[in-house]
Design a protein around this ligand. Structure first.
Ligand code: SD4
Length: 333
């Protein structure tokens, strides 16, 4: 966990040589005026049944003045290390039995973001994503190179396989089953995916800074190397300091084609209420003919929130929001 003080990326293109290379027009352009944004009433929103537990970790931090980025990272680390099958280490093996992780973090004040895709052998994926954001000019690092990057940043390499993930893979492989990733797109018939999940958290701190993060181990028996929507900015998560933030969950292979978290934030920027914006965003996917399980949770910076889903007839998707008045869990219908 970081201390919240090191949230800006190294200055881009610093130095006369960099400016000269950009030419006179760019070099003489006025720097953008920083937006003044009122401080807010802190909140933390977390998806799925992880919500109350993760919020109970992140909220006291916000209440005592911590940065939104520390609250989001800590809340998500808590879920990543729970040993839950659907998020983090020890769950959702790929086609060859390995668990790999996708995660992203985005910081409102600078619109900076960091992400890892198909991260192997490192447990706290959201923390590695934060290092990508804070220590490099990059936004997304993937695969074994993400593992090497993590090691360079001081993370320990360890197996992400657990007894549960090994047994799940052994059982699946013993049936001779094949990955569903070669099946036709879930358009003419409903998606048969059952095994997938993600945790997403959004926080606003007392200083008015907004942050969003998400972490997942993707979908069961995926083709090795597959990266889902979670580390794709505007797909798995997105925030805009002036408007609000959103997180997504569900069939990321399809959802990333619609950039739903970017879309919903832009709808709110245009004046749509959070609940209506969430519904319109999911409807866009449905209108394109996709029959998937998927959902989003969204919160405007004034704390008004909403959620929408498609599919998941028997799976209760929910999100939880904690503020000074307590935690509420909102079932999404
Ligand atoms: C993925 N969107 O990798 C994630 C999985 C998920 O509910 O959230 N499932 O596709």
């Amino acid at each position: 966990m970081g201390d919240g003080s090191k949230i800006s990326r190294r200055a881009f293109g610093a130095g006369a040589a960099g400016l000269a290379a950009l030419g006179a027009t760019r070099a003489s352009a006025k720097p953008a005026k920083p937006k003044t944004i009122a401080t807010g009433k802190p909140f933390i929103l977390t998806t799925w049944e992880f919500g109350p537990g993760a919020n109970a970790i992140g909220w006291p931090m916000l209440a005592s003045g911590a940065s939104a980025i520390d609250a989001v990272e800590t809340a998500i680390n808590h879920v990543e290390l729970l040993g839950d099958y659907w998020v983090g280490a020890g769950g959702v093996p790929n086609e060859v039995g390995e668990t790999t992780l996708d995660a992203m973090i985005m910081w409102g004040p600078t619109h900076d973001a960091g992400a890892v895709g198909c991260l192997k052998r490192v447990k706290r994926a959201i923390s590695v994503a934060r290092k990508v954001m804070e220590e490099t000019q990059h936004s997304l690092i993937v695969g074994d190179d993400a593992t090497r990057f993590a090691a360079r940043m001081g993370f320990t390499e360890t197996s992400l396989t657990s007894v549960v993930s090994q047994q799940a893979w052994d059982k699946w492989a013993a049936t001779g089953a094949k990955t569903t990733a070669f099946d036709p797109e879930p358009i003419a018939s409903a998606d048969k995916l059952v095994g997938h999940d993600t945790v997403g958290s959004i926080a606003l701190d007392a200083a008015g800074n907004l942050c969003v993060g998400c972490s997942t181990n993707g979908r069961e028996f995926k083709i090795p190397g597959r990266v889902g929507d979670s580390p794709i900015i505007g797909a798995g998560a997105y925030c805009d300091q002036a408007v609000g933030a959103a997180v997504a969950t569900g069939n990321g292979d399809v959802m990333m084609r619609f950039l739903p978290t970017y879309h919903v934030v832009e709808l709110m920027r245009g004046g749509m209420e959070p609940q209506a914006a969430a519904e319109a965003t999911i409807q866009r996917i449905v209108d394109a003919g996709y029959q998937i399980d998927g959902g989003i949770a969204v919160i405007r910076r004034d704390g008004v929130h909403g959620g929408a889903k498609t599919g998941w007839a028997d799976t209760p998707f929910s999100y939880s929001v904690q503020t000074a008045t307590g935690n509420v869990t909102v079932p999404v219908s």
